[in-house]
Design a binder for this molecule. Structure first.
Ligand code: CP3
Length: 354
């Protein structure tokens, strides 16, 4: 037992804990009025995420409002790209834009290896300040995008519906794509190590768009590079729990469990009990409440949390949504989600006595 460590860290390491810890993907952001007000004063996403004072302040907004068990760095999966020589911007209501999409071997050869301490010192600064501020009340979470999802953005040049351009590359010039994925795997691994050295206690890898791949292509273009990142990080930082998230992962859950990751984050299209049964016992689970549930009644939010937590009972479990909280979600509902998560033992008792 290590009571002097945050609950989320103890749970993620597989210690037996008093209740599942709770945080939310995208917990800092547009659904919060304090965030929208700050965004009015600082309209550039790059500024909000790369100015350490702003990134720190935004990371702390949900902690101040709801006291979740985890505080995630306010940043983006695309933030490391400029350090590799790829410029990007995030345009309001349009999403990420890469001015010069990567489509050729020459462009890939010109990419730089990421040196996070040189090109992104703001991340290290924010993580160490967060650690100082939250102490043992919450765990500090770092994160990265996985190689396939990063490649999807830099090859497509923006968010995509059908991934036609990167799939054309995958199925016409697989060597070119493998070269890009391998470059990202090495750089992303050193970025994660830098985050851990700076104060991140648990880290999550988002391969948000790997659910767009057939299982065979997941095995070809996504899993080997997830595994490469995980293996590289585990070589030097074996004690840091790693979480893997994919949106639309129901078809590849068993495969996710074989990547070497400690915890698999489920989306809400998988029943929690069935998800647990499909993963080996030593792999923990995170999730998996439908983000849309937060548009429902408070009673419904509580009852679905009870459902998820009871289905994950006996398992290493971190309570979370099945994807990021949606813009427009009432802040009251976020509050109910966190409160219900923190008082879930009582809610479980109440529901079994009915
Ligand atoms: O969880 C947190 O609170 C930390 C913040 C965070 C952001 N992006 C801030 C952000 C995290 C963890 C991310 C990760 C991220 N970014 C992912 C993986 C998670 C997922 O949802 O699958 C992806 C795919 C991206 C790429 C990206 N960045 C998208 C698709 C968008 C949304 C575009 C839009 O406008 O809807 C962004 C922008 C972005 N990143 C916003 C936030 C709060 C919204 C823009 C804004 O606030 O101005």
């Amino acid at each position: 037992m290590s009571d002097n460590l945050p609950l989320l860290l103890r749970a993620a390491r597989g210690e037996s804990v008093e209740r599942p810890p709770v945080w939310m993907m995208r917990q800092a952001g547009r659904y919060m009025k304090v965030y929208r007000d700050l965004r009015d004063r600082h309209p550039s996403f790059r500024e909000r995420s790369e100015n350490p004072d702003l990134s720190y302040e935004i990371s702390m907004q949900p902690f101040k409002a709801f006291k979740p068990d985890g505080v995630i760095l306010f940043s983006d999966i695309l933030t490391p790209l400029p350090g590799m020589g790829i410029d990007f911007d995030i345009i309001e209501s349009k999403g990420p834009v890469i001015q010069d999409p990567i489509r050729s071997t020459n462009q890939i050869n010109a990419l730089r290896n990421l040196e996070p301490d040189e090109t992104m010192p703001f991340v290290g600064e924010v993580l160490s300040r967060l650690r100082g501020s939250v102490g043992t009340e919450a765990a500090v979470l770092g994160f990265v995008g996985a190689p396939w999802t990063l490649a999807a953005y830099v090859v497509e040049g923006k968010s995509s519906k059908n991934y036609a351009i990167i799939k054309a590359m995958a199925f016409q010039e697989p060597k070119t794509l493998h070269k890009l994925l391998d470059h990202f795997a090495k750089s992303i691994a050193s970025y994660l190590c830098y985050q851990i050295d700076s104060g991140a206690q648990v880290v999550q890898m988002f391969d948000s768009w790997a659910g767009q791949l057939s299982p065979t292509d997941y095995d070809t273009f996504a899993a080997p590079y997830q595994k490469k990142v995980i293996d590289l990080v585990k070589t030097t930082h074996p004690e840091t729990p790693m979480i893997l998230y994919i949106s639309g992962s129901a078809g590849v859950l068993e495969r996710m469990g074989k990547t070497g990751v400690d915890i698999v984050s489920l989306d809400w299209t998988v029943d929690m009990a069935e998800g647990c049964a499909r993963l080996p016992d030593h792999v923990g689970v995170q999730g998996n409440v439908d983000p849309g549930l937060l548009f429902g009644s408070h009673e419904m939010i509580r009852s679905r949390i009870v459902d998820v937590v009871s289905k994950a009972k006996g398992r290493r479990h971190i309570l979370n949504l099945g994807h990021g909280i949606l813009p427009g979600t009432p802040e009251d509902s976020a509050k109910v989600f966190f409160e219900a998560g923190k008082s879930v033992n009582q809610l479980l008792k109440d529901s079994s006595s009915h």
